[in-house]
Design a protein around this ligand. Structure first.
Ligand code: 5GP
Ligand code: ZN
Length: 146
């Protein structure tokens, strides 16, 4: 049985209280069209348990819920001859752009000249070997104690 929360938008969609255009569903996950359709075919993959974001996942959760990403990605890609690529992304935390606090993975199909720009920047010029080493060591240390 899934752990759902009364006031959560995606729990309401999972319970069927809010309609959605579902493309795949089983006991563990539901995949449905994102209302915004950043590009046509934009799908959200959502665990049926109310996990807030990746920071709430155990390794078992990851295995259980994320295994559907490649299958879904390939099905979406095949669904429209124009699609030639896809951005698979998840916003974790408000500062990262997460608005709905129930974990979800965006699958956004891409086609040539679709006009979508995923923001990025290159700060390589600001980093030397010591700076890279410091950052990598901090993360490695954090992994050792987790
Ligand atoms: P986030 O910014 O949290 O990563 O993404 C939340 C997503 O949920 C947005 O892309 C938004 O369009 C989508 N969304 C918000 N409300 C609804 C809704 O009622 N139904 C569906 N299908 N998607 C929604
Ligand atoms: Zn929820």
């Amino acid at each position: 049985m899934s752990h759902l929360e009364a006031d959560c938008l995606f729990c309401k969609i999972i319970r069927g209280e809010i309609p959605s255009y579902t493309v795949f569903e089983n006991d563990d996950v539901k995949a449905f069209l994102d209302i915004s359709q950043v590009n046509p075919g934009h799908v959200l993959l959502v665990p049926k348990n109310h996990l807030v974001n990746f920071f709430s996942y155990s390794p078992e959760d990851a295995q259980r819920y994320l295994q559907y990403i490649p299958t879904l990605a390939k099905a979406i890609l095949k669904s429209n001859a124009r699609f030639t690529g896809m951005n698979v992304m998840t916003n974790n935390g408000q500062v990262a752009g997460q608005v709905v606090m129930h974990s979800h993975i965006h699958l956004i199909p891409r086609f040539p000249d679709d006009g979508l720009t995923i923001p990025t920047r290159n700060n390589a010029a600001k980093y030397d070997q010591a700076a890279y080493e410091q950052i990598a060591n901090d993360i490695k240390q954090s992994l050792e104690v987790s």
